[in-house]
Design a protein around this ligand. Sequence first.
Ligand SMILES: Cc1ncc(COP(=O)(O)O)c(C=O)c1O
Length: 389
Amino acid sequence: MSFDEIIDRRGSHCVKWDMMEALYGVSPEDGVSMWVADMDFRPPGCIQDAVQAMLDHGVYGYFGDDSKYRAAICWWMAERHGWNVDPSHIFTTHGLVNGTAMCVDTFTDEGDGVVLFTPVYHAFAKVIRAANRDLRELEMAQDGGRYVLDFDAFDAQMTGNEKMLILCSPHNPGGRVWTRAELEGVAEFARRHDLIIVSDEIHHDLVMPGQRHIPMTKIDGIADRLVMMTAATKTFNIAGAHVGNVIIADDALRARFAARMAALGMSPNSFGLFMVTAAYSPAGAEWLDNLRDYIAENARIFDAGINAIPGLRSMALEATYLAWVDFEGTGMTQEEFTDRVTGHAKIAVNYGPTFGTGGDSFLRFNLAAPRAVIEDAVARMQKAFGDLQ
Ligand SMILES: Cc1ncc(COP(=O)(O)O)c(C=O)c1O
């Protein structure tokens, strides 16, 4: 397949293009959609074939026997991440926002503090607030233009009421792949403050060439407080399938989670299970390696074009396809730079403040699009900020 193909998604009920006008005031007629983390590519043929086989069969009854599905997940985690998963430790949720909500619901009570390292994926805060938990935002520092975790500063802000940390690894936005030393720091921080760690690793497959993601489960001394979350949906662009995995090795935590799943009557949708089983395969892996090279080149082109505009800075991506661009150097107000991007360049992007403390001077651009779209976006941005040249 060619990632260069422009697929017109307008009118297909996709949130990225069909909601851009309502949400960002950018018309899909002459605008570019670069917000939500959803790629403008078709998934690999192995997934299309699996869906086609379902359609050809044509009966969509209840799903039974998920052993192949579990085996595919275990194969992928071992093959791609060096992580041996026990198939009985896997839960299937309706995606990882749902997985996060389930963890907050299961492992904390109303009023408990839940910690985030911000700026971070906005749905975490939404879920925490909606569940009447105390959102504890710990703002990350920057060192050499990339985010770092300052645990002394974090310690000083803890109140003693916190029960859980939701870690985003790799990090969205900002694209950090946390190093082993950083993850060990997270583990020590969690032990010091007696926190359950929910590690959202949805972007773990989307690391840049040369980068190596370390699953949190590889860090010693936290097995009794760790909940892992992974999904095939970002990796293969099947987010509409709403399928994700919560993987819990600790018996006590797993029993509590299982009880909550049962109490809520949760069970997965068969389309998602078929897609994931097909995706986690050698054919899926080959497609992913090509995708990663393509995105890396998109990021190179985007960063070169954006960083050439005085006052703009696109953070170097170690993972994800989400460029995090800082407009602070322009001296413009948030309203002005946002208006230039959405109003003049006509690009729909995610607003920085939605990612929490530390996001105010940023906008997030999705680079998982055909090369021509990235080049067009760079040209639009250079024009919209042309007076700064
Ligand atoms: C860190 C992170 N977690 C979860 C999600 C969404 O997960 P799901 O679609 O499985 O609910 C996203 C989507 O961008 C994300 O970036």
